[in-house]
Write a protein that binds this ligand. Structure first.
Ligand SMILES: Nc1ncnc2c1ncn2[C@@H]1O[C@H](COP(=O)(O)OP(=O)(O)OP(=O)(O)O)[C@@H](O)[C@H]1O
Length: 250
């Protein structure tokens, strides 16, 4: 169990149902205002999709919400911890222990086999995988017979499954996924989305998925729409058709 000593803890955060909170977050790059006053909370065990046109601020949003980057203004809290107040070292530690990431480019280490890739985040923190949990994660992503393979010996879908297992192995509170299905065929993409859905439903992870795909977004509990660095709308229990309709008018 991680003990947080730095940052500001909101009253009652320990038992809070909120996994991530953004309060009036801005991010500027020189004259460009990539995020312009974004406020949103993400409750534990929910699955949220983030959509918006190219350049609307989705990646910036994900980077700020996950602690990969610091906002220029406003507050981001992860599990009650104000990450803007953490040193770079503490922010890195918090990310490693409490956040999982899945990217479109799977980012596996080519020289390591699947099991070594999956357990890497634990080993970086000086811990070992609990065998029963490793078995459970590997079973969930369907890679039990591929543990000794290198990434180059796997299909794209299998590589993304390994990346998801690596994200889940630390039992993170939040998984941030940036276009994780962008390089997958529709059936493999559906499997990946089902696994993200299961992570929310079975083990209470909070999922934040950045996507351009209305079908992917329809797996989420809600869809947040970004435009020009602001949240401009939200759909609950979205259908792909409803997402598409809203998307076309952004
Ligand atoms: N490191 C950076 N330096 C300067 N400008 C940046 C930087 N990162 C993002 N921006 C700008 O911030 C705005 C939002 O970019 P961001 O990448 O967050 O959008 P996005 O919605 O993820 O786009 P896409 O769908 O094309 O990936 C854009 O105008 C972009 O040019």
């Amino acid at each position: 169990m991680t003990t947080m000593t730095a940052g500001t803890t909101t009253a009652g955060a320990a038992g809070s149902q909120v996994a991530v909170a953004l309060e009036s977050v801005t991010k500027t790059y020189g004259p460009v205002r990539a995020l312009n006053g974004v406020s949103r909370t993400f409750r534990r065990g929910t699955f949220t999709a983030v959509m918006g046109p190219s350049g609307s601020g989705k990646s910036t949003f994900l980077h700020c919400a996950s602690g990969l980057d610091r906002p220029s203004g406003g507050v981001v809290r992860l599990g009650g911890v104000d990450i803007g107040r953490l040193s770079e070292t503490k922010r890195t530690k918090l990310r490693r222990e409490r956040i999982g990431f899945v990217f479109q480019a799977f980012n596996l280490i080519p020289s390591m086999d699947v099991e070594q890739n999956i357990t890497l985040p634990l080993r970086l923190g000086g811990a070992e995988a609990e065998p029963a949990w490793l078995d459970e994660v590997v079973r969930r992503v369907g890679l039990a017979d591929r543990l000794r393979h290198r990434p180059s010996e796997l299909s794209g879908g299998q590589q993304q499954r390994a990346a998801l297992a690596r994200a889940l192995i630390t039992r993170p509170e939040v998984v941030f996924a940036d276009e994780p299905t962008g390089a997958l065929d529709p059936r493999t993409a559906r499997d990946m989305l089902r696994m993200l859905r299961e992570a929310a439903d079975l083990t209470g992870q909070t999922i934040v998925l950045v996507t351009h795909d209305p079908v992917a977004a329809a797996w989420a509990d809600s869809v947040v729409f970004l435009s020009r660095g602001r949240i401009v709308d939200e759909l609950t229990a979205p259908s792909a058709a409803a997402v598409m309709d809203r998307w076309e008018t952004l």
